[in-house]
Design a protein around this ligand. Structure first.
Ligand code: GLN
Length: 309
Protein backbone atom coordinates (compact mmCIF):
# COMPACT_ATOMS: atom_id res chain seq x y z
CA UNK A 1 0.00 0.00 0.00
CA UNK A 2 0.93 3.69 0.11
CA UNK A 3 3.21 3.51 3.16
CA UNK A 4 5.19 0.69 1.56
CA UNK A 5 5.68 2.93 -1.45
CA UNK A 6 6.97 5.75 0.77
CA UNK A 7 9.42 3.37 2.46
CA UNK A 8 10.59 2.06 -0.91
CA UNK A 9 11.34 5.59 -2.14
CA UNK A 10 13.10 6.43 1.15
CA UNK A 11 15.26 3.33 0.70
CA UNK A 12 16.08 4.18 -2.89
CA UNK A 13 16.91 7.80 -1.94
CA UNK A 14 19.25 6.47 0.74
CA UNK A 15 20.98 4.12 -1.72
CA UNK A 16 21.17 6.70 -4.46
CA UNK A 17 22.55 9.60 -2.38
CA UNK A 18 24.74 7.73 0.16
CA UNK A 19 27.75 8.06 -2.16
CA UNK A 20 27.37 11.83 -2.73
CA UNK A 21 30.64 13.47 -1.71
CA UNK A 22 29.76 17.18 -2.00
CA UNK A 23 29.73 19.47 1.00
CA UNK A 24 31.64 19.59 4.26
CA UNK A 25 30.82 19.41 7.96
CA UNK A 26 30.45 22.76 9.72
CA UNK A 27 33.88 23.66 11.04
CA UNK A 28 33.31 26.98 12.82
CA UNK A 29 31.89 24.99 15.75
CA UNK A 30 34.76 22.56 16.53
CA UNK A 31 32.55 19.69 17.73
CA UNK A 32 30.53 19.60 14.52
CA UNK A 33 33.68 19.09 12.46
CA UNK A 34 34.29 15.83 14.35
CA UNK A 35 30.93 14.14 13.59
CA UNK A 36 31.35 11.25 11.10
CA UNK A 37 30.44 12.68 7.69
CA UNK A 38 29.04 9.45 6.31
CA UNK A 39 26.16 9.20 8.80
CA UNK A 40 22.92 9.35 6.85
CA UNK A 41 19.39 8.89 8.14
CA UNK A 42 15.93 9.50 6.67
CA UNK A 43 12.72 9.44 8.73
CA UNK A 44 9.12 10.28 7.87
CA UNK A 45 6.45 10.78 10.55
CA UNK A 46 2.83 10.68 9.41
CA UNK A 47 0.00 12.56 11.09
CA UNK A 48 -1.45 9.24 12.33
CA UNK A 49 1.73 8.56 14.32
CA UNK A 50 3.41 6.01 12.04
CA UNK A 51 7.15 6.66 11.62
CA UNK A 52 9.22 5.16 8.80
CA UNK A 53 13.01 5.10 9.12
CA UNK A 54 15.96 4.26 6.88
CA UNK A 55 19.67 4.46 7.80
CA UNK A 56 21.19 6.23 10.81
CA UNK A 57 17.95 7.48 12.34
CA UNK A 58 18.94 6.73 15.97
CA UNK A 59 22.18 8.74 16.03
CA UNK A 60 21.90 11.84 18.24
CA UNK A 61 23.05 15.03 16.54
CA UNK A 62 22.88 18.73 17.39
CA UNK A 63 19.56 20.32 16.42
CA UNK A 64 21.28 23.69 15.79
CA UNK A 65 19.11 26.12 13.82
CA UNK A 66 16.17 23.74 13.47
CA UNK A 67 15.58 24.62 17.14
CA UNK A 68 14.51 28.07 15.95
CA UNK A 69 11.26 26.59 14.62
CA UNK A 70 10.22 25.27 18.01
CA UNK A 71 11.22 28.34 20.00
CA UNK A 72 9.24 30.36 17.46
CA UNK A 73 6.23 28.14 18.17
CA UNK A 74 6.53 28.74 21.92
CA UNK A 75 6.87 32.50 21.56
CA UNK A 76 3.92 32.67 19.14
CA UNK A 77 1.85 30.89 21.77
CA UNK A 78 2.94 33.44 24.36
CA UNK A 79 2.64 36.74 22.52
CA UNK A 80 0.55 36.01 19.41
CA UNK A 81 1.38 36.37 15.73
CA UNK A 82 0.71 40.10 15.35
CA UNK A 83 3.04 41.18 18.10
CA UNK A 84 5.59 38.65 16.87
CA UNK A 85 5.54 40.01 13.33
CA UNK A 86 5.96 43.57 14.60
CA UNK A 87 8.84 42.72 16.91
CA UNK A 88 10.74 40.17 14.80
CA UNK A 89 9.33 39.99 11.26
CA UNK A 90 8.85 37.60 8.37
CA UNK A 91 11.04 38.73 5.47
CA UNK A 92 14.34 37.42 4.18
CA UNK A 93 17.66 39.25 4.25
CA UNK A 94 19.25 37.43 1.32
CA UNK A 95 22.38 37.35 3.48
CA UNK A 96 24.04 34.59 5.54
CA UNK A 97 22.25 33.51 8.72
CA UNK A 98 24.64 35.32 11.02
CA UNK A 99 24.91 38.50 8.95
CA UNK A 100 25.65 41.74 10.76
CA UNK A 101 25.44 43.80 7.57
CA UNK A 102 21.78 42.81 7.15
CA UNK A 103 21.09 43.99 10.68
CA UNK A 104 22.88 47.28 10.07
CA UNK A 105 20.84 47.90 6.90
CA UNK A 106 17.62 47.54 8.91
CA UNK A 107 18.30 49.91 11.83
CA UNK A 108 19.49 46.88 13.80
CA UNK A 109 15.95 45.47 13.74
CA UNK A 110 15.71 41.71 13.14
CA UNK A 111 14.12 40.47 9.91
CA UNK A 112 12.80 37.05 10.89
CA UNK A 113 13.15 34.37 13.60
CA UNK A 114 15.59 32.13 11.68
CA UNK A 115 18.52 34.46 11.11
CA UNK A 116 20.59 34.48 14.28
CA UNK A 117 19.66 38.06 15.19
CA UNK A 118 15.94 37.30 15.03
CA UNK A 119 16.41 33.92 16.69
CA UNK A 120 18.24 35.38 19.68
CA UNK A 121 15.69 38.20 19.93
CA UNK A 122 12.94 35.54 19.83
CA UNK A 123 14.52 33.77 22.80
CA UNK A 124 14.60 37.12 24.61
CA UNK A 125 10.87 37.63 24.07
CA UNK A 126 9.90 34.80 26.41
CA UNK A 127 8.61 36.19 29.65
CA UNK A 128 10.97 34.52 32.14
CA UNK A 129 12.08 35.15 35.71
CA UNK A 130 15.61 33.85 35.25
CA UNK A 131 17.93 32.17 32.81
CA UNK A 132 16.89 28.74 34.16
CA UNK A 133 13.22 29.62 33.80
CA UNK A 134 13.79 30.75 30.21
CA UNK A 135 15.66 27.56 29.43
CA UNK A 136 13.04 25.34 31.10
CA UNK A 137 10.27 26.92 29.05
CA UNK A 138 12.20 26.17 25.88
CA UNK A 139 13.27 22.60 26.61
CA UNK A 140 9.83 21.64 27.91
CA UNK A 141 8.35 22.89 24.63
CA UNK A 142 10.84 20.80 22.63
CA UNK A 143 10.00 17.77 24.80
CA UNK A 144 6.32 18.14 23.92
CA UNK A 145 7.17 18.35 20.22
CA UNK A 146 9.41 15.26 20.43
CA UNK A 147 7.20 13.28 22.81
CA UNK A 148 10.20 12.44 25.00
CA UNK A 149 12.70 14.19 27.26
CA UNK A 150 15.54 15.60 25.20
CA UNK A 151 18.93 16.54 26.63
CA UNK A 152 21.69 19.00 25.80
CA UNK A 153 24.89 17.57 24.37
CA UNK A 154 27.32 19.21 26.80
CA UNK A 155 30.26 18.83 24.44
CA UNK A 156 28.39 20.77 21.73
CA UNK A 157 27.26 23.38 24.24
CA UNK A 158 30.81 23.89 25.48
CA UNK A 159 32.22 23.94 21.96
CA UNK A 160 29.67 26.55 20.86
CA UNK A 161 29.91 28.65 24.03
CA UNK A 162 33.68 28.91 23.58
CA UNK A 163 33.26 30.15 20.00
CA UNK A 164 30.05 32.25 20.00
CA UNK A 165 31.57 35.73 20.26
CA UNK A 166 29.94 36.69 16.95
CA UNK A 167 26.47 35.82 18.25
CA UNK A 168 27.18 37.74 21.45
CA UNK A 169 28.09 40.73 19.30
CA UNK A 170 24.76 40.42 17.47
CA UNK A 171 22.96 40.24 20.82
CA UNK A 172 24.50 43.51 21.94
CA UNK A 173 23.64 45.25 18.65
CA UNK A 174 20.04 44.22 19.27
CA UNK A 175 20.28 45.64 22.78
CA UNK A 176 21.63 48.89 21.35
CA UNK A 177 18.57 49.27 19.10
CA UNK A 178 15.93 48.28 21.67
CA UNK A 179 15.25 44.91 20.04
CA UNK A 180 16.56 42.77 22.91
CA UNK A 181 14.02 42.02 25.60
CA UNK A 182 16.25 40.60 28.32
CA UNK A 183 19.92 40.58 29.23
CA UNK A 184 21.77 40.05 25.91
CA UNK A 185 24.28 37.57 27.31
CA UNK A 186 21.48 35.54 28.89
CA UNK A 187 19.53 35.42 25.62
CA UNK A 188 22.64 34.39 23.70
CA UNK A 189 23.51 31.70 26.24
CA UNK A 190 20.01 30.19 26.21
CA UNK A 191 20.07 30.35 22.40
CA UNK A 192 23.42 28.52 22.38
CA UNK A 193 21.98 25.86 24.67
CA UNK A 194 18.92 25.37 22.49
CA UNK A 195 21.19 24.81 19.48
CA UNK A 196 23.04 22.10 21.45
CA UNK A 197 19.99 19.92 22.08
CA UNK A 198 20.61 16.36 20.89
CA UNK A 199 17.96 14.79 18.68
CA UNK A 200 17.70 11.77 16.43
CA UNK A 201 16.32 11.82 12.93
CA UNK A 202 13.26 10.03 14.29
CA UNK A 203 12.77 12.73 16.96
CA UNK A 204 13.00 15.43 14.29
CA UNK A 205 10.38 13.71 12.14
CA UNK A 206 7.97 13.56 15.09
CA UNK A 207 8.68 17.19 16.03
CA UNK A 208 7.89 18.19 12.45
CA UNK A 209 4.97 15.75 12.36
CA UNK A 210 3.42 17.83 15.15
CA UNK A 211 3.46 20.84 12.84
CA UNK A 212 2.16 18.78 9.91
CA UNK A 213 -0.62 17.54 12.20
CA UNK A 214 -1.93 21.08 12.90
CA UNK A 215 -0.07 21.35 16.21
CA UNK A 216 -1.02 17.97 17.72
CA UNK A 217 1.85 15.55 18.39
CA UNK A 218 0.92 12.56 16.20
CA UNK A 219 2.37 10.05 18.70
CA UNK A 220 1.32 11.46 22.10
CA UNK A 221 -1.81 13.15 20.66
CA UNK A 222 -1.11 16.24 22.80
CA UNK A 223 -1.85 19.72 21.40
CA UNK A 224 1.55 21.44 21.50
CA UNK A 225 0.88 24.57 19.44
CA UNK A 226 -2.46 26.07 18.49
CA UNK A 227 -3.64 25.69 14.95
CA UNK A 228 -3.67 29.44 14.31
CA UNK A 229 0.09 29.54 14.79
CA UNK A 230 0.87 26.87 12.19
CA UNK A 231 0.63 29.22 9.20
CA UNK A 232 3.08 31.77 10.63
CA UNK A 233 5.55 28.97 11.42
CA UNK A 234 5.28 27.48 7.92
CA UNK A 235 5.48 30.93 6.31
CA UNK A 236 8.76 31.61 8.11
CA UNK A 237 10.10 28.22 7.00
CA UNK A 238 9.08 28.74 3.40
CA UNK A 239 10.57 32.20 3.29
CA UNK A 240 13.92 31.59 5.01
CA UNK A 241 14.24 28.00 6.24
CA UNK A 242 17.42 27.33 4.23
CA UNK A 243 18.82 30.87 4.27
CA UNK A 244 20.16 32.06 0.89
CA UNK A 245 19.28 28.70 -0.65
CA UNK A 246 15.62 28.78 0.39
CA UNK A 247 14.48 29.68 -3.13
CA UNK A 248 16.29 26.72 -4.66
CA UNK A 249 14.87 24.41 -2.01
CA UNK A 250 11.33 25.67 -2.63
CA UNK A 251 11.85 25.37 -6.38
CA UNK A 252 12.67 21.67 -6.08
CA UNK A 253 10.49 20.57 -3.14
CA UNK A 254 7.54 22.98 -3.00
CA UNK A 255 7.67 22.57 0.78
CA UNK A 256 8.49 24.59 3.90
CA UNK A 257 11.84 23.42 5.26
CA UNK A 258 14.41 24.17 7.95
CA UNK A 259 18.08 23.32 8.13
CA UNK A 260 20.66 23.25 10.91
CA UNK A 261 24.44 23.23 10.71
CA UNK A 262 24.43 19.94 12.63
CA UNK A 263 23.32 18.34 9.35
CA UNK A 264 19.59 18.04 9.99
CA UNK A 265 16.89 19.13 7.57
CA UNK A 266 13.17 19.14 8.24
CA UNK A 267 10.41 19.44 5.63
CA UNK A 268 6.71 19.73 6.37
CA UNK A 269 3.92 18.34 4.19
CA UNK A 270 0.95 19.97 5.96
CA UNK A 271 -1.81 17.52 6.88
CA UNK A 272 0.27 14.53 5.73
CA UNK A 273 3.73 14.05 7.24
CA UNK A 274 7.13 15.49 8.05
CA UNK A 275 10.44 14.44 6.52
CA UNK A 276 13.64 14.54 8.57
CA UNK A 277 17.07 13.92 7.08
CA UNK A 278 20.40 13.82 8.87
CA UNK A 279 23.69 14.02 6.96
CA UNK A 280 26.46 16.37 8.21
CA UNK A 281 28.12 17.68 5.01
CA UNK A 282 26.74 21.16 4.25
CA UNK A 283 26.57 23.51 1.29
CA UNK A 284 28.16 26.96 1.66
CA UNK A 285 24.95 28.35 3.19
CA UNK A 286 24.88 25.77 5.99
CA UNK A 287 22.31 23.29 4.61
CA UNK A 288 22.80 19.51 4.45
CA UNK A 289 23.64 18.57 0.86
CA UNK A 290 22.10 15.11 1.01
CA UNK A 291 19.13 16.44 2.97
CA UNK A 292 18.29 18.76 0.10
CA UNK A 293 18.63 15.97 -2.46
CA UNK A 294 16.40 13.64 -0.46
CA UNK A 295 13.78 16.38 -0.04
CA UNK A 296 13.65 17.10 -3.77
CA UNK A 297 13.57 13.39 -4.68
CA UNK A 298 10.84 12.34 -2.26
CA UNK A 299 8.68 15.40 -2.88
CA UNK A 300 8.71 14.70 -6.61
CA UNK A 301 8.19 10.95 -6.34
CA UNK A 302 5.43 11.22 -3.75
CA UNK A 303 3.67 14.36 -5.03
CA UNK A 304 4.25 16.30 -1.82
CA UNK A 305 4.69 19.77 -3.34
CA UNK A 306 2.26 22.40 -2.08
CA UNK A 307 2.72 24.32 -5.31
CA UNK A 308 1.22 21.65 -7.54
CA UNK A 309 -2.17 20.85 -5.93
N1 GLN B 1 24.37 27.54 16.63
C1 GLN B 1 24.59 27.92 15.27
C2 GLN B 1 24.94 29.39 15.19
O1 GLN B 1 24.35 30.15 15.90
C3 GLN B 1 23.36 27.61 14.46
C4 GLN B 1 23.50 27.99 13.01
C5 GLN B 1 22.69 27.15 12.06
O2 GLN B 1 22.36 25.98 12.33
N2 GLN B 1 22.44 27.65 10.86
O3 GLN B 1 25.82 29.80 14.49
Amino acid sequence: EQRKQVLDFMTSAHQQFASVKEGANASYIPYLASVPSNLFGIAVAFTDGEVLEVGDTQYEFAIESISKVFTLAKVLEEIGKDEFKAKIGSNATGEPFNSVIALELHNEHPYNPFDNAGAIATVSLLNAQSSDDRWNQIISTYNLFAGRNLTVNDEVYKSESDTNAHNRGISWLLKNSGNMYTDPDQACDVYTRQCSVAITCRDLAIMGGTIANHGVNPVTKKQVVSRQNIQPILAEMMMNGLYENTGNWLYTTGLPGKSGVGGGILAIVPGTCALAVFSPPLDVHGNSVKGQKVGAFLSEKLGWSLLNK
